[in-house]
Design a protein around this ligand. Structure first.
Ligand code: GLN
Length: 468
């Protein structure tokens, strides 16, 4: 399967056309997505029109964009003008995007072709894509297993070869964990580097848009197209100019003892993570031990902060402004019925939890306290980054689990985010890279965390690890 880099080069060099590339991927999607279920909708018609426009531009001698003719899938919480967007929720059924998210537009500006919208946990709340209101997405590595979540459809689409790049969003791990489960690369960019304009808000102080890709080079290519200041997102910033360096030599890689001890991850996951660290050492990196004493409080702090912000953000789905609306005798009944029927159980749980955490009697004990814990975790990382340039650990405690395995108790699912939420709370960048497979043949991901805006060096490390 051609990578994005190979596709754009072949198209720019007139060795193939965007239309040809698209048709081959649409054929594959048609053959295999019935089983995998990565897409909620394939944009056949507009994708064909987009590919034809790229081909016309190139035939006319126009300069091809960096993603010329590259088929890209987008998570179903990103707006693409004129296309439906549901966040995999009944409450947004029938909603059509009135404008295009900046992240999607930046890919279009580089001549990418948007092939469809991918399945996800409803409103990005979950770690398995089982919370989608519409369908199940299977892990291409093993159809009995979940693809991870919440960007499970995007990870499955890349892993199945439907497209070399997909967009996801990561609030507490939703790009990195499905990337690990499906055996692809996934980047959570530093908060602020990629515009959130046109991303449906879940928890605004944590949400980030980012790419998933089948190679480290494609991940970098996508990130470079996505990153940049956007006046439409007040939290977006222009990343500082990148220094130039190559390879892993001389970089200090921190191994937090909290990530490698105890029973936070299974044995095979730990040994593959250690093998990745050893590979970096062979490439000239230096391994150092660091400590993150407060990370054990990250999951509870994350759930208080994320649910609080979600309870506020999701207030806008009132049955009047967007998508689904249930009839009622008066306004209160319209609200109640629309939200009662429109939201699934996990989303309701989070709205209730967040509303409770923000209420007068609970605010200081929960929300304020969680914010303090967030500061402590940020300081832990600042101290660790005095000793190390990057931090390594597993992306998830285990490889992909089976459907239904986490059972009805939401805590089991929440705890599976142990390794990914600290990075989100601290505003760092983080990536999951394939680290091999366990004995059962399931992919395992290794997570690398970097200081804010350290993506350019992180990519060098990733490429060294991939090609090493
Ligand atoms: N799994 C986490 C949650 O359920 C993270 C989700 C995300 O990053 N969107 O909230």
């Amino acid at each position: 399967m051609l990578t994005a880099k190979e596709i754009s080069k072949a198209i720019a060099g007139k060795k193939t056309t965007a239309a040809e590339v698209l048709e081959s991927r649409l054929k594959l999607i048609k053959e295999r997505d019935g089983e995998i279920g990565a897409f909620l909708e394939v944009f056949g018609e507009t994708a064909r029109a987009g590919a034809a426009a790229v081909d016309r531009k190139i035939a006319a001698g126009g300069r091809p964009g960096r993603l010329a003719g590259v088929p890209v899938a987008i998570k179903d919480n990103l707006l693409y003008s004129g296309h439906r967007m549901t966040c995999a929720s009944r409450i947004l059924e029938g909603y059509v995007a009135p404008y295009t998210a900046t992240a999607v537009q930046r890919l279009l500006d580089e001549d990418a072709v948007i092939v469809g919208r991918t399945n996800m946990d409803e409103f990005a709340m979950g770690s398995s894509t089982e919370n989608s209101a519409f369908k199940r997405t299977r892990n291409p590595a093993n159809p009995d297993c979940v693809p991870g979540g919440s960007s499970g459809g995007s990870a499955a689409a890349v892993a199945a070869g439907f497209c070399p790049i997909a967009l996801g969003s990561d609030t507490g791990g939703s790009i990195r964990q499905p990337a690990a489960f499906c055996g692809v690369y996934g980047l959570r960019p530093t908060y602020g580097t990629v515009s959130r304009h046109g991303l449906t808000a879940f928890a605004s102080s944590l949400d980030q848009v980012g790419p998933l890709a089948s190679t480290a080079e494609d991940l970098q290519l996508a990130f470079e197209a996505l990153a940049g200041h956007d006046p439409k997102d007040s939290t977006s910033v222009a990343p500082p100019a990148a220094g130039s360096r190559a390879g892993a030599a001389g970089l200090r890689i921190g191994l937090p003892k909290e990530f490698f001890s105890g029973d936070n991850a299974d044995e095979e996951t730990l040994s593959l993570t250690k093998a990745a660290a050893a590979a970096l050492e062979r490439l000239g990196a230096r391994l150092v031990e660091v400590t993150l004493p407060h990370v054990r409080y990250a999951v509870p702090a994350y759930h208080v902060v994320a649910a609080s912000e979600a309870s506020s953000n999701l207030g806008r789905f009132d049955g009047l402004r967007y998508g689904f609306s249930a009839p009622g005798a008066d306004l209160a009944e319209v609200y109640k019925k629309t939200r009662g029927l429109g939201f699934g159980p996990e989303v309701k749980r989070r709205i209730l939890l967040g509303t409770c955490a923000l209420s007068a009697g609970c605010h200081d004990a929960y929300y304020l306290k969680a914010q303090k814990v967030r500061t402590l975790i940020k300081r832990d990382f600042e101290a660790a980054f005095e000793k190390a340039d990057f931090i390594i650990g597993p992306t998830a405690p285990t490889p992909a689990f089976r459907f239904g395995e986490k059972g009805p108790d939401p805590l089991a699912m929440y705890l599976s985010d142990f390794f990914t939420v600290p990075c989100s709370l601290a505003g760092l960048c983080g990536v999951s890279a394939p680290a091999g497979r366990n004995a059962a043949g399931l992919p395992v991901g290794v997570q690398l965390l970097g200081r804010p805006f350290s993506e350019p060096v992180l990519f060098e490390l990733l490429k060294a690890l991939q090609n090493g």
